[in-house]
Design a protein around this ligand. Sequence first.
Ligand SMILES: Nc1ncnc2c1ncn2[C@@H]1O[C@H](COP(=O)(O)OP(=O)(O)OP(=O)(O)O)[C@@H](O)[C@H]1O
Length: 342
Amino acid sequence: MGFFDFLSEDIAIDLGTANTLIVHNGKVVVDSPSIVARNRTTGKIIAVGKEAAMMQGKTHENIKTIRPLKDGVIADFDASEKMISMFIKEIPALKKRLFTPSLRMVICIPSGITEVEMRAVKDSAERVNGKEVYLIHEPMAAAIGIGVDIMQPKGNMIVDIGGGTTEIAVIALGGIVCDRSVKIAGDVFTNDIVYYMRTQHNLYVGERTAEKIKIQIGAATEDLEVPPEEMSVQGRDLIKGRPKEVKISYREIAKALDKSILRVEDAVMETLSQTPPELAADIYNTGIYLAGGGSMLRGLDKRLSQKTDLPVYIAEDPLRAVVRGTGLTLKNLDKYKTVLAG
Ligand SMILES: Nc1ncnc2c1ncn2[C@@H]1O[C@H](COP(=O)(O)OP(=O)(O)OP(=O)(O)O)[C@@H](O)[C@H]1O
């Protein structure tokens, strides 16, 4: 330990389109929606994370809620930097500090990210006091978080279904052999539900309500073994203009999501078709690992398993698999130096 090491801290960040998670000292210390609320007149950020999420869809013209990331990459630099900086200040062990310490960071990024987008993440991290900043691809972090031994000469397929992107990768010998990133994930599923409610029930629902429907009764198939109960949904009647309530079943949601899930399935099939034969043989034995919040959609594992004819496993606590892996990478930087991106 160097003399000035007490002035520096290590943190791992999963900067996601839907959620931002931070690991410090081996523990998840921040787990918040990636949302910022800004006062339009003064330009000041008035809330981030959970507090800003409560305001979503309920703001007046003076307040605007922003999601600074889109499709896994930073879309609004100023808002994202302020959000990261406020999240870092919320870390209990750093709250007591007078100044933000210099940070050694590992941040995960989508596998389909461009050099310019990668640079943007690094720049933002440096501006929030990141002195040593490392990047890791999300599927790689997910694999480490799931507990896959990525260094083995053995192929493993990871499908990480987040908010903005679905990342599919075949990993062997500490590297990504083939991958695909599609912009079909949780946010698209939510918008599919908004569209379905509008067109089939003449009911206008906001994104927060649609996401609630997805989590409470969302399904990827119409034949679930344990179907959830019908759900009452309130919104605005598009014809009469007044509030209205309708009851919906998981079967309707499965119909609403079908086209998008087909596109995820196609991307998985395409990646499998590009996999070198020796690694394909490994995947035949090990199956496919799912991570990310989208993997929690009821019946998605079964549907993917039927489509690919392979066993499909959902990671333990799928929303945290990526940040767990990012944290482990940070803890074992020497071991994982070769798997870092950029
Ligand atoms: N039980 C659930 N069923 C279906 N979807 C869910 C469930 N829980 C969370 N989700 C969805 O998971 C998504 C968030 O997942 P996650 O936090 O893994 O994404 P992210 O890392 O923020 O996004 P990205 O990796 O694309 O940047 C959201 O769209 C959310 O609605």
